[in-house]
Write a new protein. Structure first.
Length: 334
């Protein structure tokens, strides 16, 4: 990661998105050719989803390029949230594709159409499916490594195309073996249900990111990291807030310190906490830590020695957890 918090290798993310677009366009042509040969509604539905893949890959490429821009005066927290828009856009397109597949196939369930050139169509779909499988897995892996939700979403989208192709292949094999033509649209409808579920998950994830929904896993992860390196002067934390925006992580909380510390000493403790978090999340972490002086009722949670203001016995500090660390601090005893 660089000092601005964008991906350490934004060029790799752009290359991955470009490959996705190029391969998607090639496979789109192959699938429409397979439909031309066979007349299969399932293959047509698969090709229609591939149109969505190409449009989504183009949008992913644009968003990855934009998200790689460093923070500026108008966007001090970076441009990473565009990736949530991209993920939501892709999820919406997946839902539209699922509905279109059902729309295309429903009538043919009751009025089956004979298929032709099935062997050629099967061969083309098998090849396209294998290429899509490798592409989808590669995009998801690259997205996780680079911290790009857009690449992960694009990879998931491509993998849904693999599932669709697999369902289409099963349907065509059954049609070839049994000559029961309605199996073709029936399998297409089943695959559409899976596509709709995937689209919903992507849209849900995008909305969670845009609305800065609490991430319990991230909060717990932060608490584990700090607890493992906890110093006696770190009495407690509260009002912990954390969210992700593209490759950036935003963390803010209040750190309770012994009230006898000087301003300089308190500042040094805050810097020590920041060093631990930056070692975990790199320079892409935006940190805001507010130092609070301790209260007498917090002495049982404090292991700081010596302490000239202690009102209770010192003991080892308790472990921190995300659900408790995110709460407001208790008011001091009157």
């Amino acid at each position: 990661m660089n000092a601005h918090g964008t991906s350490a290798n934004p060029r790799a993310a752009i290359i991955a998105a470009s490959v996705s677009l190029a391969v998607g366009a090639l496979l789109l042509g192959i699938k429409f050719y397979a439909f031309h040969l066979t007349g299969s509604s399932a293959i047509l539905s698969d090709a229609m989803e591939s149109i969505v893949n190409v449009v989504a890959a183009l949008f992913a490429l644009v968003s990855v390029i934009y998200a790689a821009n460093p923070p500026d005066s108008e966007h001090p927290y970076g441009h990473g949230k565009i990736e949530f828009f991209a993920a939501g856009f892709e999820g919406s397109l997946i839902i539209v594709a699922g509905c279109a597949i059902i729309w295309e196939s429903w009538d043919k369930l009751f009025a089956p159409v004979p298929l032709s050139n099935l062997d050629a169509g099967l061969g083309l779909l098998i090849g396209a499916g294998l290429v899509n499988l490798l592409l989808g897995l590669g995009l998801v892996r690259s997205g996780k490594r680079l911290g790009s939700i857009t690449l992960v979403a694009d990879g998931m989208h491509v993998l849904t195309d693999v599932y669709t192709s697999a369902g289409v292949l099963i349907g065509l094999f059954l049609v070839r073996l049994t000559d029961v033509a309605w199996l073709d649209p029936a399998v297409a409808c089943l695959m559409a249900a899976n596509i709709l579920a995937t689209g919903y998950k992507l849209v849900r994830r995008a909305f969670a990111g845009l609305m800065q929904e609490a991430d319990p896993r991230l909060l717990d992860e932060i608490c584990v990291v700090l607890s493992a390196r906890r110093k006696p002067a770190w009495i407690g934390i509260h009002r912990l807030r954390a969210w992700r925006s593209g490759s950036r992580v935003h963390i803010d909380f209040h750190l309770i310190l012994p009230r006898e510390l000087t301003l300089e000493a308190a500042h040094a403790e805050v810097n020590a906490v920041e060093d631990i978090l930056r070692a975990k999340y790199g320079n892409q972490a935006d940190l805001l830590i507010h130092a609070d002086p301790c209260h007498d009722q917090e002495c049982p949670e404090c292991s700081q020695e010596p302490c000239g203001t202690r009102a209770g016995a010192a003991r080892a500090g308790c472990l921190w957890f995300g659900d408790t660390a995110s709460r407001e601090r208790e008011a001091p005893d009157s």
